[in-house]
Design a protein around this ligand. Structure first.
Ligand SMILES: Nc1ncnc2c1ncn2[C@@H]1O[C@H](COP(=O)(O)OP(=O)(O)OP(=O)(O)O)[C@@H](O)[C@H]1O
Ligand SMILES: [Mg+2]
Length: 258
């Protein structure tokens, strides 16, 4: 059963076409990765799913509702981490996690979550006084503190040091084990491999591949290695669209990767 349905939305900014008709279903409990070059429309797609932007055409449904219209329901269902967090600069870490937890019925312990993300020494610090990586980790905490049914995460680990990145991954895995459905934008193939059931590649506002992480990454490598692709390879569309209903959850990955 798809909890997120994206049916051909288009979104332009003036003459720039950011999203050009994307079709995508995300099954409940699935982690879908979104990969693609800068400016390809990933953030705009996530913003349309979050209901923060209204597509010019096409349809988006989240848990059966239009996220741009039923804002109240979406706020209680969806945790969002955006590339630009835009948090109140004077809010402390402790205040921020308490505020975001208050939007949800059965939140996590916000202080414990912040501590797991390495923010223990910064609980009393204001958002404006955090380093870039600390702000980033707080944004991940704020997206997940409500234990949302759906989490939308736009470049959750970009700019983080390796240890912080692992801490973020473990928090995502915990959310997955709790049953959350997650869409995460990433440029990191290791992250996609570790966390995602499927990966959608977006280029110039369209999906160019939708497959398991291994399927997508091996194809990308194949294209990179081929210096002079033959005619069979030029323009070949990647094998597409395993149904999300087929997405078989691999065994817990933490067990095999301490
Ligand atoms: N608020 C805006 N006003 C005008 N153009 C915008 C706006 N937001 C995005 N765009 C344009 O829309 C296109 C898609 O942008 P988007 O932010 O969705 O890309 P992205 O795939 O998330 O890129 P990145 O990897 O750099 O984050 C780009 O050409 C961008 O310049
Ligand atoms: Mg982006």
């Amino acid at each position: 059963m798809a909890i997120i349905e994206v049916l051909g939305p288009r979104k332009s900014y003036g003459t720039t076409v950011a999203v050009d008709g994307i079709d995508l279903d995300v099954a409940e409990g699935e982690i879908l990765g979104v990969l693609g070059p800068n400016g390809s429309g990933k953030t705009t797609t996530v913003e349309c799913i979050a209901g923060l932007r209204r597509p010019d055409a096409g349809t988006v449904r989240v848990a059966g509702v239009d996220p741009a219209v039923d804002r109240e329901r979406i706020t209680r269902l969806v945790g969002v981490q955006l590339q630009q967090a835009g948090l109140q600069p004077k809010l402390t870490v402790r205040e921020a996690v308490a505020l975001y937890a208050s939007f949800f019925d059965r939140p996590l312990d916000g202080v414990a979550l912040a501590e797991r993300l390495g923010l223990a020494p910064k609980l009393g610090a204001r958002y404006a006084d955090l380093s870039g990586g600390q702000q980033q980790r707080l944004a991940v905490a704020l997206a997940l503190v409500g234990r949302p049914r759906i989490a939308l995460l736009d470049e959750l680990s970009t700019g983080l040091d390796p240890r912080s990145r692992r801490a973020v991954w473990e928090v995502i895995e915990q959310a997955r084990d709790d049953g959350a459905t997650i869409v995460l934008v990433t440029h990191n193939t290791e992250e996609a491999r570790r966390l995602c059931d499927r990966v959608a590649v977006i280029d110039r506002g369209r999906i160019t591949a939708l497959d398991t992480p291994e399927g997508v990454i091996s194809r990308t490598g194949e294209r990179r290695r081929s210096v002079a692709p033959g005619p069979a390879r030029v323009g070949r569309m990647p094998r597409c669209a395993r149904s999300p209903h087929d997405a078989r959850r691999p065994p817990p990955r933490r067990a095999s990767r301490p």
